[in-house]
Ligand binder design. Structure first.
Ligand SMILES: *Cc1c(COP(=O)(O)O)cnc(C)c1O
Length: 404
């Protein structure tokens, strides 16, 4: 590493809170699936900023929409209307088949908004006694970092020494419909769940799970809230991961790729009266629904569809998964994935996934470990067959090494 790179990293360490442990690369440019470091080395981005850059780095059409809008009007607050919000509503509703939309900024804010809304719905529509609403969530969930959310995380790193936390959450195992059935009471207002648990290591539930979940929620008048912040917008090879299961959520949360990585934009979508319970003054955000965010999100959704990125995710995801399954290496315990949301879980004896990610960096691939033993692979949805094969070659030669 050159001294300038070491300076960037040292300066971050000196002034910054150490709440991340990044791989030792300093990036300065990106285009499509590629990023470049300050020394000009090129890498295939196999993280895509945790799926926020699904449309590829610096997509020219999203960039143009952002620049054009930034010249005209960036922020009005919701105290006034703007000429982008209505169009954003119309287009996201048409794309997802939703009836009501509430725009926020970060994913965690969308989750918080959903929690507030389903509680309010519970009291005002379902008739749950005030203060008694229960929300069921899953073990090993990841829904963001705010206090409300980390309070129902089961990961000690995530919630340790941050309490006390808000009550009203019940934790059940993921992928276990019988556990959901048992946990539901007359005060249950919602079941909040990821279609595929991303941060937990790309954990795919058993076939039929969500069909049963949907039936249980409908039968008990419980709102099914799907956190599609990571799985949504084409990542799994369908627009929404719920489509693999042939179900529809009552409330869907989107974020990350909703802006193609240019800007924090999230949204709560609902198919019924959940968002309808909110009245003026009861919820909001200074930046939520601002014209710059809306213009960026509109372009990000448009290129996803117009450029066939969702179909490409299905096609290249299948190729990538097959290729990973063909790698014969003692280090690999399991390979999982749907669309371009992929993971390689290593045997505990193989050493930490972090070492493999560092070795991949040396070969021109940026990937990130999760939970010690898992390498997560999630390139932009614009990846080509040649690029998939290029990555597979390097993954194969890395995974056959022994870093234990
Ligand atoms: C990333 C993520 C979030 C949180 O989004 P932020 O924008 O980081 O607040 C919530 N849920 C899921 C499933 C995520 O992957």
């Amino acid at each position: 590493m050159s001294s300038s790179v070491i300076d960037f990293i040292a300066t971050e360490a000196r002034f910054g809170a150490q709440n991340y442990a990044p791989i030792g690369v300093v990036l300065s440019r990106g285009e499509g699936v590629w990023v470049w470091d300050t020394e000009g080395n090129r890498y295939l981005d196999c993280l895509s900023a945790y799926s926020a850059v699904s449309q590829g780095h610096c997509h020219p059409k999203i960039l143009a929409a952002m620049v054009e809008q930034a010249h005209r009007l960036t922020l009005t607050s919701r105290a006034f209307h703007n000429d982008q919000l209505a169009l954003f509503y119309e287009e996201i509703a048409a794309l997802t088949g939703s009836h009501k939309v509430l725009p926020m900024n970060s994913g965690a804010e969308a989750v918080e908004t959903a929690i507030k809304s389903v509680r309010k719905w519970g009291y005002e529509v379902k008739g749950v006694p005030d203060g008694q609403a229960e929300i069921i969530v899953c073990a090993n969930n990841f829904h963001g970092r705010t206090l409300g959310i980390v309070g129902f995380s089961t990961d000690p790193e995530t919630h340790g020494h941050f309490g006390p936390f808000a009550p009203g959450f019940k934790i059940i195992p993921f992928g276990d419909a019988a556990a959901l059935k048992k946990a539901i009471t007359p005060n249950t207002v919602a079941f909040l769940v990821e279609p595929i648990q991303g941060e937990a290591g790309v954990v795919i539930p058993p076939a039929g799970y969500f069909t049963e979940v949907r039936q249980l929620c409908t039968a008990n008048n419980v709102m099914l809230v799907l956190d599609e912040i990571q799985t949504g917008l084409g990542r799994t090879g369908k627009l929404l991961a719920e489509q693999h299961e042939g179900i529809e959520a009552d409330v869907t949360l989107l974020g990350k790729a909703l802006s193609g990585g240019f800007y924090p934009v999230s949204a709560v979508l609902s198919n019924n009266d959940v968002l309808g319970t909110l009245r003026p003054g009861q919820h909001g955000s200074t930046f939520g629904g601002n014209p710059l965010a809306c213009a960026v999100a509109r372009a990000a959704m448009r290129v996803l569809v117009e450029e066939g990125m969702i179909e490409n995710a299905a096609r290249q995801g299948a190729r990538f998964l097959e290729g990973l399954k063909d790698i014969r290496a003692n280090t690999i315990r399991e390979v999982r994935g749907r669309g371009l949301m992929l993971a390689v879980e290593l045997h505990p004896e193989a050493g930490r996934a972090r070492r493999y990610c560092e070795a991949l960096q040396g070969k021109g691939i940026l990937a990130k470990d999760t939970h010690e033993q898992t390498i997560r692979i999630a390139p932009p949805l614009v990846i080509t067959s040649d690029q998939v094969d290029w990555a597979l070659e390097r993954l194969a030669s890395t995974l056959t090494q022994d870093f234990s």
